[in-house]
Design a protein around this ligand. Structure first.
Ligand SMILES: Cc1cc2nc3c(=O)[nH]c(=O)nc-3n(C[C@H](O)[C@H](O)[C@H](O)COP(=O)(O)OP(=O)(O)OC[C@H]3O[C@@H](n4cnc5c(N)ncnc54)[C@H](O)[C@@H]3O)c2cc1C
Ligand code: SF4
Length: 350
């Protein structure tokens, strides 16, 4: 089909590295890597931070950020049965695209009645998920999806081709990548039951073909829209804090992208010999937006250093600062932004 592909970049080591043993290719990466071959922050940054003197207070729930005279002074958090207060020179919020705006909104006070960092009115707005639709089929060859990390090959063609061709003319703005998928048996049974409607004997019989199943899954770019948002609900959690209410729907561009991606992946899987190809049409993944980065305080929540425009020692540093989401997985970008923010805060120390 004239489409380039490449091995999926994976943060997992294939040979011993530092304290990490090599990957044993058993495919449990999304559930937690028992060998520590996967280089998540649990084995990369956190041990180094602890060695450098950082203290981790686990099982803690931050309920409110305190401010005085336009600056953040610390956080109120619940831990070991009671509310506590931690003074802070800088406060960095990194709760991800739902909990971050929830905390900023829940921290409203007399100085900032609409919530912290919210003079633009954009905290909570422009929530973006990414498309995660898939096509699945059966191949004559054995695939054995349980072997290896869940995705091993990726194509970014539609992040770079802005025109398309023939039946695949590009009729939407933005892009997507798509990648091979290897679900573990339990996830595959779940997908067959929930997305394919199989149950009972039909499900058991389909599971017997598990070793021949192949799939392609998209990670796609949905548009930022103010109407997609996180607000505070009337319901409260066990800490007495209002929970997040999520409002989200696809725009016409998102729907056109979905159609293109499903059609193209169907064609690609069939070209590779896939039979009985079917669409899993309603899946989404990853959350971003809700505290967007920008160059203008009226149209964004934080500046290029992730510093909030309104409170100079309050930073937001997680997936919520993305102004757009792109057609690839977000975590490496989130980590790169976090490293840069740390450098900027460090450079300002006195
Ligand atoms: C099953 C699964 C598979 C995924 N696979 C991929 C992948 O292959 N590639 C990829 O790029 N991304 C993947 N993602 C997405 C990725 O995990 C997220 O994009 C990323 O973790 C977001 O990073 P973050 O730092 O913004 O937030 P998070 O990693 O969600 O960190 C936020 C932290 O803040 C804590 N928190 C929130 N509110 C409070 C509060 N009030 N008080 C105290 N603590 C609080 C949370 O407990 C959490 O620990 C996957 C996600 C899932 C669930
Ligand atoms: S396949 Fe995934 S879970 Fe298993 S060792 Fe490798 S990185 Fe870890």
């Amino acid at each position: 089909m004239g489409i380039d592909w490449t091995p999926t970049p994976l943060a997992t080591v294939s040979a011993p590295h530092g304290d990490a043993p090599p990957c044993v290719y058993r495919g449990f990466c999304t559930l937690g890597c028992s060998t520590n071959a996967k280089q998540s922050v649990l084995v990369s940054y956190l041990p180094r931070a602890l060695k450098a003197g950082a203290e981790i207070r686990d099982l803690a729930m931050v309920g409110r950020i305190e401010t005085k005279n336009g600056r953040a002074t610390g956080v109120h958090y619940f831990r070991e049965g009671k509310w506590r207060f931690q003074r802070a020179k800088n406060v960095v919020v990194a709760g991800y695209a739902i909990e971050t705006p929830r905390l900023l909104l829940n921290s409203a006070n007399q100085e900032f009645p609409d919530g912290l960092a919210n003079s633009s009115g954009l905290v909570g707005k422009n929530l973006m998920v990414q498309g995660n639709q898939a096509v699945w089929g059966v191949l004559d060859e054995e695939i054995r999806s349980y072997k290896g990390p869940p995705s091993l090959a990726i194509s970014e063609h539609w992040n770079y081709d802005d025109k398309g061709y023939g039946p695949f003319a590009k009729d939407f703005f933005g892009g997507y990548s798509y990648m091979s998928q290897g679900p573990l048996p339990q996830l595959w049974a779940n997908t067959q039951a929930s997305a394919h409607g199989l149950w009972g004997e039909a499900l058991v019989s389909e599971m017997q073909r598990y070793n021949h199943v192949a799939g392609l899954k998209v990670v796609s770019e949905y548009m930022p829209q103010e109407r997609n948002r996180v607000t505070l609900a009337d319901v409260k959690d066990q800490y007495g804090l209002p929970v997040a209410r999520i409002t989200y729907s696809w725009c016409e561009n998102d729907k056109a992208l979905n159609r293109h991606a499903l059609k193209f992946m169907r064609e690609a899987l069939s070209a590779a010999g896939g039979r009985e190809v079917w669409d899993q049409g309603d899946d989404t993944c990853h959350l971003n937006g809700t505290a967007r980065m920008g160059a203008n305080p009226r149209t964004s929540v934080v500046d290029a250093d992730c510093r909030s425009w309104d409170i100079p020692n309050l930073y937001v540093c997680d997936g919520s600062v993305f102004p757009t989401v792109g057609g690839v997985n977000p975590s490496l970008t989130i980590q790169a932004v976090a490293l840069r923010t740390a450098d900027r805060i460090f450079a300002e120390r006195r």
